[in-house]
Design a protein around this ligand. Structure first.
Ligand code: ATP
Ligand code: MG
Length: 447
């Protein structure tokens, strides 16, 4: 990737243009992290870039002057140096103008994101003091922080996610401006909020960033259900660590390089505790059914953030299921297999581990589960299903959700060891289908 980006820079420079690596990749190179992509900034106009890479350049957002160059299976964003016009909607400039490297640096959000690097001359170009801030691990807005956060309301969330990814301190003036601008974060589209929050959650310093989200008031605006976990007490014998928020923060801290699905499940796993809190006759705190209530709340939160149905299903399933791990020692082998055959099992066992480490610290069930899993072959945990869609359709069912239900019921029973083999499974299927078809006929007659 780096070689390809460097080639593009060389070619632009050879044609008489200025061209540098820009933004996140320079920041990451200088802090000795692997950039996940390389962006190039240049004095060449989009038309000039296209002419230099015929058939390999796609114009994106014409008015923004960004061209994607495709070379050696790698995509590199090549953007013309520009200055943004005025911002009217709190998100996007209504115009942009091609400009100088210096002005291009000054339109960027944070000093550490505003560096250029010339790979040909091995030289860093720094118009904003980004190098010193990188050295000192400081996240500082470029220019006047208040104005920068006002013109683009997304930037307060970017500040938080860079803290999470980099572990830097936010410079005091910048932080004051984040707090002042926080209340307008709600004008950002739910999709952009979702993406920034997901990046926050998978960052290594997610807990420090959580504190900033809460302190700035952003958490209360975007995820009030999480903020409300503060001060909700728990039984001290199981939760010596403190209230539900403290516990959740600890659980997040114990995740090991999670994907965003697991990270969201961890954030929301006890979200049902505040509304289910009660005290029983012995004076013990109870949260009856908090996993079911929590899964329903998570469904609402994730829909509001426009997550895909597949993501919502996976995350809410992890939440709904998280209490069943305590039953593992007594579980029948069929039930255990059903648990291990779940698509989300790898994430669920990690969530369980973090949940234990974030409370009583006992990993007995986690270890037991891993032992049991290691002792079973893939075939044992996830055998080929005896009943398939074709079997159901061959019996006269029309394709639809009821076919899926039958397949799931059949697979569960297979895992539970209800049947000796495929023949028994098909026998069951025939009677189920006959029943379903005859009740359908009954309904038709009635209507
Ligand atoms: P990551 O490693 O997460 O991709 P990045 O720094 O590359 O981080 P991007 O969102 O890919 O971040 O943006 C690339 C660069 O564009 C940033 O480094 C920054 O200079 C600039 N930039 C992106 N979004 C904004 C914004 N909303 N306001 C100002 N500058 C921005
Ligand atoms: Mg990037």
């Amino acid at each position: 990737m780096r070689q390809t980006a460097e080639m593009i820079v060389r070619k632009l420079q050879a044609a008489g243009h200025t061209a540098y690596f820009a933004g996140g990749c320079v920041r990451d190179m200088l802090r000795e992290a692997e950039p996940h992509d390389y962006d190039v900034a240049t004095s060449a106009t989009p038309a000039e870039v296209e002419a230099l890479f015929p058939g390999r350049a796609d114009l994106v957002g014409k008015s923004f002057g960004v061209v994607i160059v495709r070379l050696d299976g790698v995509h590199v964003e090549v953007a013309t140096f520009r200055v943004d016009g005025t911002y009217l909607d709190g998100r996007r400039p209504d115009s942009v103008q091609f400009s100088t490297p210096e002005e291009d640096a000054k339109r960027r959000d944070f000093t550490v994101n505003a560096l250029f690097y010339d790979p040909v001359e091995d030289r860093v170009i720094d118009y904003v003091g980004g190098r010193a801030d990188l050295e000192a691990r400081i996240l500082r807005a470029v220019g006047e922080p208040r104005q920068r956060f006002e013109e683009d309301r997304l930037r307060v969330l970017r500040a938080i996610r860079f803290v999470s990814a980099l572990g830097f301190q936010i410079e005091p003036n910048t932080w004051a401006a984040v707090k002042e601008s926080a209340r307008a974060v709600t004008v950002v589209s739910p999709e952009r909020i979702r993406d920034e929050l997901s990046k926050w959650l998978v960052g290594e310093h997610r807990c420090e960033a959580l504190d900033l989200l809460s302190e700035s008031g952003i958490l209360m605006l975007l995820l009030p259900e999480v903020e409300k976990m503060k001060g909700v007490e728990q039984p001290p014998q199981f939760h010596p660590e403190g209230d539900v928020f403290v516990h959740t923060r600890l659980v997040l801290s114990h995740l090991r390089q999670p994907g965003y699905g697991l990270a969201w499940a961890a954030l929301l796993h006890d979200i049902g505790k505040p509304p289910t809190f009660s005290v029983d006759e012995t004076g013990r705190f109870r949260f009856n059914g908090h996993e079911t209530v929590g899964a329903r709340m998570a469904q609402k939160i994730l829909s509001r953030l426009r997550f895909s149905n597949a993501d919502i299903e996976a995350i809410t399933a992890m939440i709904a299921n998280h209490m069943s791990f305590k039953d593992v020692p007594q579980m029948r082998v069929g039930t255990l297999k059903k648990l291990m055959a779940r698509d989300t099992f790898a994430d669920e066992i990690e969530l369980h581990r973090a949940d234990c480490l974030g409370s009583h610290g006992d990993l007995g069930i986690y270890d037991l589960l891993r032992e049991r899993r290691a002792a079973m072959s893939v075939e044992e945990v996830k055998p080929e299903p005896w009943v398939r869609g074709a079997d159901v359709l061959a019996l006269g069912m029309t394709p639809g959700p009821s076919v899926g239900c039958l397949l799931k019921a059949a697979y569960d029973q297979q895992l539970e060891g209800v049947w000796a083999g495929r023949e028994n499974a098909l026998e069951w299927l025939r009677s189920e289908v006959a029943q379903s078809l005859s009740s359908r006929k009954q309904e038709d007659l009635q209507s």
